[in-house]
Ligand binder design. Structure first.
Ligand code: XMP
Length: 318
């Protein structure tokens, strides 16, 4: 029987003792784990915790600014770094999913390393690693820590990886992390967010990435996700998102023939992402969502719904 209050008290004391007056740098992802880890460390060492939140240009619509504001409101010592162009440059012309992941992982490491170098006398790297990550070594739900781990053998070891690691959540399961987050007063909406992959929208745009495609997918995704929230469906779904397909289809708008992009919507139920079932979203909701997307998002004339379960289909399309 896990008690969040006792855990917070214990881990904060432990971190205080361990870190003393030293500095810690931590990458925030906008996800639950890195956020809860940051709040705990902030409680222990205050502004000696330096958080970095990177915009890779592949986040959901408006997410960088709104999450950054939220972090600041929480009293975290956080720096937002807009590195979108660096990621787009690294991705230019790549269409293979693994090549895209690698480019994003490397770009993230470069950006984070540059930022870490701007700080002096940092001794520790804080991470939101949770117990299942410790076992699996690569997290299913991602975030900077997962990206770092899966790519740390590319080239030489960046300097920040030579730092000592502090992982306040390494003994906790996901539901325990959420309960700790609630005890700490973190916004329930943030704690209840769907998992979002580290490579972000890059693995939901099949084929090569351009800022224009990202902008289209952000609009589609926002309509879908906001719709789920408005219809009370968001919390019944484990993960949801939209996928921009690399095909055009013929449509008709007024008297005009169109030849535009197809998007797929995906919503799954799961407990850990290892297996997943597609969610039987109400037809009414699908109809409204499809109409809204086609009417509002320029460049999209067809919406399809993914009715594949995992296995054999994966949750992401790439
Ligand atoms: P799949 O597509 O493998 O996804 O069924 C299972 C879960 O993992 C997430 N995912 C990733 N997370 N980096 C991440 O941080 C990745 O490269 C990555 N690929 C998939 C996916 O969103 C789902 O939650």
């Amino acid at each position: 029987n896990f008690t969040p209050n006792a855990f917070v008290e214990e881990i904060v004391a432990e971190m205080k003792e361990k870190i003393g007056n030293d500095k810690v740098v931590l990458g925030l992802s906008g996800g639950v784990d890195s956020t809860v880890a940051a709040v705990l460390l902030n409680k222990a060492i205050g502004d000696n915790l330096y958080c970095i939140f990177v915009n890779n240009g592949l986040l959901r619509k408006n997410e960088f600014q709104s999450v950054l504001d939220q972090y600041k409101d929480m009293g975290l010592n956080v720096k937002g770094v807009d590195a979108s162009q660096r990621f787009y440059d690294a991705l230019a012309g790549l269409d293979d999913p693994e090549a895209k992941r690698k480019a994003i992982g490397n770009a993230f490491i470069e950006v984070f390393d540059d930022e870490a170098h701007l700080l002096t006398d940092v001794k520790y790297l804080g991470q939101g690693t949770i117990y299942p990550d410790v076992i699996e070594s690569v997290s299913a739900t991602g975030g900077p820590s997962a990206t770092i781990k899966s790519h740390h053998n590319v080239g030489g070891l960046p300097d920040f990886m030579k730092l000592k690691i502090v992982e306040p959540l390494r003994m906790l399961f996901k539901d325990e992390v959420r309960r700790v987050g609630a005890t700490l007063g973190i916004d329930p909406e943030l704690l209840g967010r769907h998992p979002f992959p580290g490579p972000g929208l890059a693995i939901r745009i099949l084929g090569d990435i351009t800022p224009e495609k990202v902008a289209i997918l952000q609009e589609v995704d926002a309509i879908f996700i906001n719709g789920l929230k408005e219809h009370g469906l968001y919390d019944k779904v484990w993960q949801a998102g939209a996928i921009l397909l690399p095909v055009n289809s013929v449509g008709v708008m007024g008297d005009e023939r169109t030849y535009e992009k197809v998007v797929a919507l995906r919503a799954v139920e799961s407990t850990d992402g290892m297996t997943a079932d597609w969610v039987h979203l109400p037809y009414e909701f699908l109809m409204k969502t499809s109409n809204e997307i086609i009417n509002k998002v320029k460049g999209v004339n067809r919406v399809v719904y993914d009715i594949s379960s995992k296995p054999p289909a994966t949750i992401e399309w790439e």
